[in-house]
Design a binder for this molecule. Structure first.
Ligand SMILES: O=C(O)CCC(=O)C(=O)O
Ligand SMILES: [Fe+2]
Length: 210
């Protein structure tokens, strides 16, 4: 009798889904114009529920006000949720208000390995379930690096694996918020803000216990 195959779930990068050309050129240009117009309003990003700044773990800048683009973005992200939940084999859930933000990674920026689910904030009424990241940048592209590295639960030195996803212009990446991931360092020789690696982070949240 042959024995069943060993469990590989902990060694495999989390399931993920890529959608190229997600928003279209017109919306990408409107996003770039919004970033340019609001460049002075971007703030240093933080980590954890307490909002700590730690340049050893995370360097980037964030703008939470998406202005007149917010409503359309909300609708576009919501439109892919059910299909992503099915593809990624997540338990169906009722999404609350989406968490949306615009993040700029300039020269030397990165985000070390982490998960998006806040394990410490057990009192919060809702929690992140599904992470969506939409990438865009000006043309010609002024940076390199900045791959999204999606890890398995097990670290590499214990047989784990990872996959690197290129932050292509107008690419949407979806993965479960519990999956460990990191942003590899960005090189942006001009140092110009508009040459940054831009991304919209979108978190689909569910009411806890539902
Ligand atoms: O920009 C990315 O590729 C992912 C960003 C991220 O992991 C986060 O903000 O939690
Ligand atoms: Fe993340």
């Amino acid at each position: 009798m042959t024995s069943p195959p060993p469990m590989r779930a902990l060694e495999q990068p989390a399931p993920h889904r890529l959608i190229r050309g997600f928003l279209g050129e017109d919306m990408v240009e409107r996003l770039l114009a919004h970033a340019a117009a609001r460049r002075d309003d971007f703030e240093v990003t933080t980590i954890g529920a307490e909002g700590r700044v730690d340049p050893n773990i995370r360097v980037s800048r964030v703008l939470r006000d998406l202005g007149p683009l917010r409503e359309e973005l909300d609708a576009r992200f919501r439109a892919v949720m059910d299909e992503a939940v099915a593809t990624l084999r997540l338990s169906p859930f009722v999404s609350t208000r989406l968490e949306l933000e615009l993040v700029a990674h300039g020269d030397g920026a990165f985000y070390g390995r982490h998960i998006d689910t806040r394990t410490g904030a057990n009192d919060a009424a809702t929690e992140r379930v599904l992470t969506a990241v939409h990438y865009f940048h000006a043309l010609p592209k002024g940076f390199d690096g900045g791959e999204l590295r999606l890890h398995s639960f097990r670290p590499v030195d214990q047989g784990g694996r990872f996959v690197d996803i290129e932050p292509e212009r107008d690419l949407l990446l979806l993965f479960p918020s519990w999956a460990p991931h990191e942003v590899r360092p960005i090189r942006c020789p001009s140092g110009a803000f508009m040459d940054s690696r831009f991304a919209i982070n979108c978190w689909f949240r569910r009411a806890r216990g539902k």
